[in-house]
Write a protein that binds this ligand. Structure first.
Ligand code: AHR
Length: 693
């Protein structure tokens, strides 16, 4: 059965054009259809329920300035340089003085604040917070402004709060009148003790790069701390919640798991700089910021003001996983700082030898192991347990049902294996049901990879995390990567992968269709090996268009809007069509998957009663195929096709054209167990054919 062009092809601009160009006459010249056989009668293993997931790392302003919608940067003046994000209006000319003080702070953990002294009253006596490349605010939406204030000597009568759009003077000196006010409030009734004040601001207009201005009313001294401007509109309207458009994009992926918090951020540049989950829970105002390891990593994307506020901490992470229906998969530090940076090691208390680490003031491996044990208790423990009680106090009495933990990110060498062993042993001893993810290092091949894989298999590691960032052609050429992997023993977690249009860490990499279609091709190899590859996630997940360090990324955003890259939609098609049971697919003449740039995989979606066939045509010409469903029963009459196609391999989505290339749905008639279909040039097609096995 042939389907008409108009019905089959999606209507993105390039394809609409193409439909006109090829027409029926051109189609008549296409070679005879290639016949693929889906062996519906020879089903393979079940497809893992959580096979396609997400990988979050706080890189590219993914947390502060992104998913975590606090608009004030450095709200507690606790960064190393205490005034990051803050600027005195007119260079403080209207202030008598200002200083960052520790004199009777709010708490021992939050022990710096801003002290403003005003000699003669002025509308310019104050400070401006720049936000995260500005503050995105929407007309009529509500934002809770809150602050801790303490009145000192003199006659300060209040604090004036203005949300404003900067004037045309750009970065010139701000004055009280240099911006356009979007919302204004005055806080009065100050006391000589620290007190929290809050007020709701409603901007009169939408602005992508607003800023917050605080000025002192009257004369005298005023202490200011924990300044927050937080949107009321968060996902599920949660207090301290997350940015709704971004969470929705994550949820729409139907992700099976959420790997968090990294990535190299887990490891830190030094051990002091590592991610410590215990520092990220409890009272948000008391969470101490930490320099983000990506701040100066790339000279070409130098971001010295990049900190982690941990407003999105481990509690919020578990809650997010629950909200989007993903299994949490925390990755924990194994007592090693990033081996690309300091490679600092935590000593193994009981071990001696070259990799044992030097005894010093720092924590030993036991600390890291204890942190992992405590995390399981925090996630799953009862209210009567030390860490379970903290979860309950934060508002989640039910356990988060944590089932997996990753030990180390991209670690390698004997230093890793010597730490992994006791770590995994202790974790299993206390929590035998927790599944452990181990690391095969940063490369998908080579000596270190082979050695790690060999050893981890010997140790009966449950999952081995493999990472690959490579050119698009690598992905198409390695579609058979897992065909020869052992069918028993350790499963594979493809924890980070993405095609790089130029090269690893190049700022010129693009989220273009060439990369995405090559990933789609490679993923037929993941799906064909779903008995070996248990989980897979594209990397990284989020990037701010004005503040990124790494590209490509799954989702891009600015302060107001966001979009899924073309790669996002490939991931989504796989995730939404993962099915339940693997089905073998034979290519024409028994050719290898990928021969002649035709890639295919298939699954049965048993509950839906569909056979799902994924096809990638990496070629500039249309390709007619016949899909023969051997042994299929109870065939329905109408199939559904989801197609992404563009004759231009450079096609990208963007903030201006967020849906330039997305899956287009159409239907086709099904007359029997052999379905004819014409694949568009450079296309990824998912056919859902009603039929049972
Ligand atoms: O995703 C960016 C980085 O790439 C990750 O932090 C690291 O694991 C990988 O090398």
């Amino acid at each position: 059965m042939r389907i008409s062009i108009a019905k089959t092809f999606p209507f993105t601009t390039p394809l609409a054009l193409l439909g006109l160009l090829i027409g029926p006459a051109a189609l008549a010249q296409t070679p005879a259809p290639a016949t693929l056989t889906v062996q519906v009668n020879k089903p393979g293993a079940p497809v893992p329920k959580n096979m396609y997931g997400l990988f979050f790392e706080d890189i590219n302003f993914a947390a502060d300035g992104g998913l975590y919608p606090e608009l004030v940067k450095n709200k507690s003046f606790e960064t190393d340089d205490h005034l990051i994000g803050w600027r005195a209006i007119r260079g403080a000319q209207a202030l008598q003085s200002y200083l960052v003080s520790s004199d009777r702070p709010i708490s021992a953990g939050n022990n710096h604040f801003l002290r403003l002294s005003v000699g003669s009253a002025s509308p310019d006596a104050g400070f401006v917070n720049e936000g995260f490349r500005g503050m995105g605010v929407k007309q009529g939406a509500e934002y809770t402004f809150s602050v801790y204030l303490r009145r000192g000597p003199g006659r300060v009568s209040g604090l004036s709060v203005t949300l404003e759009e900067p004037g045309q003077r750009g970065s010139g000196p701000e004055t009280a009148s240099s911006g356009r006010a979007l919302a204004q409030a005055s806080i009065t009734g100050l006391s000589g003790e620290w007190q929290k004040y809050s007020v709701v601001l409603k901007p009169s207009a939408t602005a992508a790069k607003a800023r917050l201005k605080l000025t002192v009313e009257g004369t005298g001294t005023l202490d200011v701390d924990v300044v927050s401007l937080f949107p009321k509109d968060t996902y599920m309207k949660r207090e301290n919640g997350l940015r709704p458009d971004l969470v929705q994009l994550l949820k729409d992926m139907k992700p099976g798991f959420l790997r968090f918090p990294g990535g190299c951020i887990v490891e830190g540049i030094t051990l002091d700089n590592r991610y410590q989950w215990k520092e990220t829970i409890g009272d948000v105002a008391a969470r101490k910021p930490l320099i983000n390891r990506w701040n100066k990593e790339f000279a070409h994307r130098y971001t010295p003001d990049y900190y982690q506020s941990f407003g999105l901490g481990f509690f919020e992470y578990f809650q997010l996983s629950e909200d989007i229906g993903a299994e949490p998969l925390p990755i924990l530090n194994v007592g090693m700082a990033c081996q690309f940076n300091s490679a600092e090691l935590a000593p193994i208390s009981a071990a001696k030898g070259p990799n044992a680490g030097s005894a010093g003031d720092g924590p030993t491996l036991d600390t890291f192991i204890q942190d992992a044990l405590d995390l399981v208790e925090f996630a799953n423990g009862p209210a009567t347990s030390t860490w379970g009680a903290k979860r309950v106090a934060m508002g989640h009495p039910a356990p988060f049902n944590l089932k997996m933990i990753g030990i180390g990110n991209e670690q390698w060498g004997p230093q890793y294996l010597e730490r992994y062993e006791p770590f995994a042993k202790a974790l299993k001893a206390k929590y035998p049901a927790i599944q452990i993810v181990s690391s095969a290092g940063p490369s998908p091949d080579g000596d270190l990879f082979d050695k790690a894989t060999f050893k981890l298999r010997e140790e009966k590691a449950e999952y081995i995390d493999e990472h690959y960032y490579a050119k698009p052609e690598w992905f198409r050429q390695h579609v058979d990567r897992y065909d020869s992997y052992p069918r028993t023993g350790s499963k594979i977690f493809a924890g980070e992968y993405a095609a790089q249009s130029v090269g690893i860490a190049s700022e010129k990499n693009k989220n273009n269709w060439d990369c995405a279609i090559s990933e789609a091709a490679f993923m037929t190899g993941l799906e064909r090996n779903a008995d070996v590859v248990a989980m897979a996630s594209y990397a990284p997940m989020l990037a701010h268009v004005d503040a990124w360090q790494w590209t490509p990324n799954l989702i891009w955003f600015d302060n107001l809007s966001s979009y899924g890259s073309v790669n996002y939609y490939v991931q989504q098609l796989y995730s939404q069509n993962k099915g339940t049971t693997m089905l073998p697919v034979q290519l024409p003449g028994g050719a290898k998957n990928g021969t002649d740039n035709l890639f295919a995989s298939a699954v049965a979606d048993d509950p839906a009663g569909d056979i799902v066939v994924k096809l990638v045509n990496y070629s500039p010409a249309p390709r007619a195929v016949k899909v023969s469903l051997a042994g299929a029963k109870k065939m329905g009459k109408t199939g559904r096709a989801f197609v992404m196609a563009s004759s231009d391999l450079n096609t990208q989505n963007s903030l201006q054209e967020p849906r330039k290339l997305t899956p287009q749905e159409s239907t086709f008639a099904v007359a029997g167990p052999t379905v004819s279909y014409t694949l568009a040039p450079n296309s990824f097609t998912v056919l859902r054919i009603p039929g049972k096995r």
